[in-house]
Design a protein. Structure first.
Ligand code: GDP
Length: 296
């Protein structure tokens, strides 16, 4: 992830450090190049503008330009602002609630929602030693419930038995009841997706949310769709309220525009990255580590 941006930025910043003394116009020129690089990485325009303004305001201070290593100081400022843009503190799935903790997975069809549900379930089971139940609430896509059942078998995670003819709302209720009765720590609800956001999808999600009262509502979005992923996150947040984002297909995304804009545009943290099709291809999202990966 971020390969192209990382290459571009290291080129621009290397040039600055090699110059020794820096003038205001050197910094201004470098920032114009950084701006271009961020836009080419498909970062949202407002986010880029805000980022450049902040870096410039700090970097054009006299202490920076008069220092012995002005280039290094500019790089540090760029790094700090990147971390701030990505959400500083970082964030992971929050299970601090009375069990069974419900986690609702939402997103468009094909975003990787079902795969991510199984990846999270497996991680919580193996790493965090939680007793996890998964349930598919997707009654529209043929075989969606069966897909989750098979994934449950492959990952050795329990799935809610399929009952034909139930509505998503009924399945949500049954899942939460089964999790409570069965002494589960976590119940993961994989909701239906659509090709596009539509009113019916949102209404159904709101109703499921009100039944399951999830502690976490995670939006799964495809990193490769760039700013569309950011818009999808905004729309879901406005309608049902999300607590975090999982960006999938980060393994194939050389640009990284969605990852870079998501937090600043939606105010919601990226909690996890999907980095492949295997069960363990799931990474925590640490803003500081991501920034240092970008700056090389
Ligand atoms: P859903 O319709 O949102 O439930 O999507 P699925 O979970 O069925 O995933 C669609 C396809 O994307 C599957 O082939 C997954 O293996 C693949 N996929 C999901 N997450 C990732 C990821 O992080 N990286 C890659 N490379 N493929 C992924």
């Amino acid at each position: 992830m971020f390969q192209s941006l990382s290459d571009r930025l290291s080129g621009i910043l290397d040039k600055l450090t090699r110059r020794g003394a820096l003038t205001e116009s050197d910094v201004g020129e470098a920032m114009r190049e950084v701006r271009r690089a961020l836009l080419e990485a498909d970062v949202a325009l407002d986010v880029v503008r805000d980022f450049i303004d902040k870096v410039k305001a700090k970097a054009i201070g006299q202490e920076v330009l008069r220092s012995i290593t002005p280039g290094q100081m500019v790089i540090k400022i760029v790094n700090d602002e990147l971390v701030a843009m990505l959400g500083s503190e970082g964030s992971t799935i929050d299970l601090h609630a009375t069990p069974p903790v419900a986690i609702m997975m939402v997103g468009l069809q094909g975003s990787g929602k079902t795969t991510t549900t199984a990846k999270i379930a497996k991680r919580l089971t193996d790493r965090d030693k939680k007793k996890v139940l998964m349930a598919s609430l997707d009654v529209r896509r043929p075989a969606a419930q069966e897909q989750l059942r098979v994934l449950g078998e492959q990952t050795s995670v329990d799935t809610l038995p399929i009952v034909a003819g139930q509505t998503p709302q009924q399945i949500a209720k049954r899942a939460v009841d089964a999790a409570r009765l069965g002494g589960y720590d976590v119940v993961l609800l994989d909701t239906a997706g659509r090709i596009h956001i539509d009113e019916e999808l949102m209404r159904e999600s709101v109703e499921v949310r009100d039944i399951a009262r999830p502690h976490e509502t995670l939006l799964v979005a495809d990193s490769l769709t760039g700013q569309d992923a950011v818009n999808v996150a905004k729309a879901f947040d406005e309608r049902i309220g999300i607590t975090g984002i999982v960006l999938t297909r980060a393994d194939g995304d050389a640009r990284g525009g969605a990852a870079l804009s998501m937090r600043a545009v939606t105010g919601k943290p990226i909690k996890l990255l999907g980095v492949g099709e295997k069960w363990d291809a799931l990474e925590d999202f640490h803003p500081a580590r991501v920034a240092s990966r970008i700056l090389g």
